[in-house]
Design a protein around this ligand. Structure first.
Ligand code: ZN
Length: 295
């Protein structure tokens, strides 16, 4: 396998209502100081942002999202219409998200990310039918519980998903090799920057790295709905330092020679390399989209 010519990092933001906020608010856009601080960090480090939009938030926050894109080069993708994991990957929901995206931005989306990473075969078939070029749903790691997944056998770098006559790039959210700790702002905050930096040194990122973040990872979320106990403590760890830790991640990536690119550019670079291929499950309703694990 030939290696790509340089190290590329894709900083992604899933634009959705803040965690456990029953009123669907996003503080990043409600509070100008937060947005200003975020934009300045992105500007300072020359970040090209890839933002996956929950398209139902566009009615309330569309103007703010366009304002962000005026200042930061942003590639938009879709993160479902309603962010309901039970329906997000149905054909009807994907069609509605595409229509809403098209009305808002005047073009079709190229990229998709499923809520909680729960992409299905039905969803991938629909993405191919609607002309999407990439999906970035896969968490190649393990998590237990209600929103859990079991993907330790899956690649941590982009691969091709194929079916007769069509293909799609899958750009997994990166997990650190071997230990499979997710490269996500929530995990960096949970472990703390010093511990995470040590992990990065021991288990270096691949040359194409996809970083996951949400608006609520950047500040202390205001819970008003259903988060308690251990989960609440885990989410609140380092909650006040979200922006600071985010910037440390950017600086570390730059020190290691990564260039920030949109996911579309990363996919184009990946296509120049010898990629793994995974055949999409035949059944359009199949829950498990990757029936033949490539590792
Ligand atoms: Zn989400």
């Amino acid at each position: 396998m030939t290696s790509p010519p340089q190290k590329l990092a894709c900083i992604t933001l899933d634009v959705e209502a803040d965690l456990a906020n029953s009123r669907g608010r996003i503080r990043l856009f409600d509070e100008p100081d937060l947005l200003e601080r975020y934009v300045r960090i992105l500007e300072k480090h020359d970040v090209r942002l890839t933002a996956f939009l929950v398209t139902s938030v566009l009615e309330r926050y569309g103007a703010d999202i366009l304002e962000l894109a005026k200042r930061i080069p942003t590639e938009f993708g879709v993160h479902s219409h309603r962010h309901d994991p039970r329906t997000a990957c149905t054909r009807a929901e994907i069609r509605l998200a595409v229509q809403t995206f098209r009305e808002f931005l005047g073009k079709d989306p190229a990229g998709f990310r499923a809520p909680i990473g729960a992409i299905t075969a039905e969803g991938l078939h629909a993405l191919m039918d609607y002309g999407f070029r990439f999906d970035s749903s896969l968490y190649p790691s393990i998590r237990f519980g209600k929103n859990g997944y079991w993907n330790p056998h899956m690649p941590i770098v982009p691969f091709r998903v194929t079916r007769e006559g069509a293909d799609l790039m899958e750009c997994p959210i990166t997990a650190l090799p071997t230990v499979r700790v997710m490269f996500a702002l929530s995990y960096v905050k949970l472990l703390g920057w010093r511990a995470y930096r040590a992990l990065l040194a021991l288990f270096p990122l691949p040359d194409m790295a996809v970083f996951l973040s949400h608006p609520h990872d950047l500040y202390r979320p205001k819970f008003d709905d259903g988060v308690r106990g251990l989960e609440k403590r885990a989410i609140l760890r380092n909650a006040q330092r979200g922006m600071d830790i985010f910037e440390r991640v950017l600086i570390r990536l730059q020190e290691q020679g990564y260039r920030f690119v949109h996911m579309g550019e990363m996919c184009a670079a990946a296509r120049q390399t010898a990629l793994r291929q995974v055949r999409l499950a035949r059944g359009r309703g199949a829950v498990q989209p990757f029936p033949s694990p490539p590792i």
